[in-house]
Design a binder for this molecule. Sequence first.
Ligand SMILES: Nc1ncnc2c1ncn2[C@@H]1O[C@H](COP(=O)(O)OP(=O)(O)O)[C@@H](O)[C@H]1O
Ligand SMILES: O=P(O)(O)OC[C@H](O)CO
Length: 723
Amino acid sequence: MSDENLKPSGSKEKNESDDPPDNPPDQDECDQGVCYIKEAEEKDDSKTFITDILDKATNIEESAPSRVNFDENLLSKLGLVESKDLENINTDEDASKLKAYIPKGYIDSAIMVLDPDIIPEKQESTSVEDESISLSMLSSIVPSEILEKMSEIFAEEKQDTALKYGPLIGAIDEGTSSTRFLVFASKTAEVLTYHQVPIPSIVPQEGWFEQDPILILHAVKETIKVTCDNLDKLNIDAGEIAAIGITNQRETTILWDRETGLPLYNAIVWMDTRTNTTVDEILKYGLRSQYFLQQACGLPVSTYFSALKIKWLMDNVPAVKTAVDEERCLFGTVDTWIIWNLTGGINGGVHITDVTNASRTMLMNIETLKWDQKLCDVFGIPMNILPEIRSSSEIYACLFMEGILDGVPISGILGDQQAALVGEMCFKNAQAKCTYGTGCFILYNTGQRRVISSHGLLTTVAYQFGPKTQPIYALEGSVAIAGISIKWLRDNLEILKDAAESTELAQSAGTEGEVVFVPAFSGLYAPYWRQDARSVICGLTEETKPGHLVKAALEAVCFQVRDVLEAMTLDCSMPLNKLLVDGGMTVNDYLMQMQSDYTGIPVVRPTLTETTSFGAAIAAGIAEGIAVWELDKILPVPCDTFQPQISEDLRNIKFSKWKMGIERSLGWIKTGGVVNEINLPRMVEWDENKSEERIVAAAPAGLFLIGAAAIIVLSEYFRRSIR
Ligand SMILES: Nc1ncnc2c1ncn2[C@@H]1O[C@H](COP(=O)(O)OP(=O)(O)O)[C@@H](O)[C@H]1O
Ligand SMILES: O=P(O)(O)OC[C@H](O)CO
């Protein structure tokens, strides 16, 4: 089914009363599962109404049974009954009036209080845990026939969910710092409700960054359950969810036992640097460049990617080695782990991933979109542990789980940065977006062309909408540290109470001071790819205050984005004329303005905040067999735009200071691998018929000195030589 009116929720005027909130509710509120219910209450003034009822009810004995305590005065004051005579209550009319004020969840629970036998097994799961509401009081004020009538009306309306919202699409969004489940209305693409659960990280030693796969799974299940409960409270039929999309932190690696279903080790998260030595080991033979596999998989050898993490696990965790030897081991990125478990686990769960996630492992051939035997051999990884690679949009399997979503098809998978590209609707060549979360990731759509970067960018699959369609590629600039540096200032240095305070503190620093903070906690990613780098803070004086550090941390995000944009211009010969942005950090207007100032181009932020999840929902909703959406019917989202406000000179002076900071961060730790002093890759030609790679172009050390013009010419040559 297509829908002419399809538009994301942000496309409405901001602050319209019927909009979902622009900013996600507090984490605490979400954890209580009441966030959108609270919205509904405020919207309908029902809180005041219920408070009135409760005020009145305090005079009523709590243990008293329902009808006898029916408070005629209160109801007549509210115009709900005309007569004091109970016999004359117009049940239908009064129930309709009252229904406008009291959310369905309260009615269900109140009915249960009246008659606990109605649905005893559901009593616990549907009870409304709002501290201020005493349901027994509500039941003792409102006559049971009215409550029952209201329940009937709600049930009828619920049947109209599809009419009102169109089919619903669910999106599981498993990010580095939290997991969410959101439900989109296909008619308007608005988020109807969601629930979010933070995911704690485990740091067993410096540079190690793990998460518990079981906890991730529990969090996913909890978000699904609470979101469905929320839908019920909003009187929306969760049974109308037609399909589920999934988007996830990429590269994070999980190995588990196919027989027990248990993880063999914690998830090794993408930013973990324990594989420094594994990188060295891979590079040491034949003095290989970091880029020796770039032609085959689009990526430099780095601690970032899954293959290194799998190798480390096989080399260092005996349980993994045994499971591999006994062919019981399964590998997955987070999408794979979740889908395997949600579709049956040891009882027939499907073991799959999509092209976007597979393109982050270093094991998939970027051209054939298949696992590559030679790449697997480089890392010594057996192919039988790898999931099947599927497109980003097709029906893969159905959920096999308790609850109303049992049997709902999963029909979309996208790595989270690719999902944001889709959610920003960058479907055309040369459209790009930047997502600011834990890290910061800029993806530039290169269409069906695989551009192999000569300037430290990654070649990655952007999406493939269906098994029979052509894949679309992107160039990516991955920056490891963005929002997490703000978290570090908060948790480790304790100079911030919360992330939002960063604006005020940074502003307090004014324009004075020249503190530069290079946050290379995990080495430097794009465009430098220097695992020997570590963080530095330069330019401190006795006048330096916390505000200067916070400002420098925000500036670092902007400068890293500029580094990547410059590399993209060199690779694509076409500078971006605006930057589309999204992600958790973009709520910070100060940061967005600074980003525009430091890049010299407008920064455009959509009013739809849930871009990544929306991308996953799109992939699921357009899949063959689901087809609740059509790509070309999706309307553009209205945006806020930040225009550059500083001079070119000032911008460049600041950037040159940043570059000095970068220089000082390099070589901080010793690595055994080959460091590309100039970050210009040695290009190799991947020969399918030979086991060894052949160098077709190598940049001599110091080439940077010959000037930018020569580099552009050279990069053009490289590109032509590999196309
Ligand atoms: N107002 C703010 N200013 C700066 N950073 C912020 C602000 N609000 C949130 N952040 C940062 O954004 C990150 C969370 O963004 P999110 O997109 O949810 O991350 P992820 O997808 O990586 O889980 C956190 O690292 C947090 O420090
Ligand atoms: O969870 P995020 O938003 O920080 O994204 C993580 C990336 O997918 C890592 O490549």
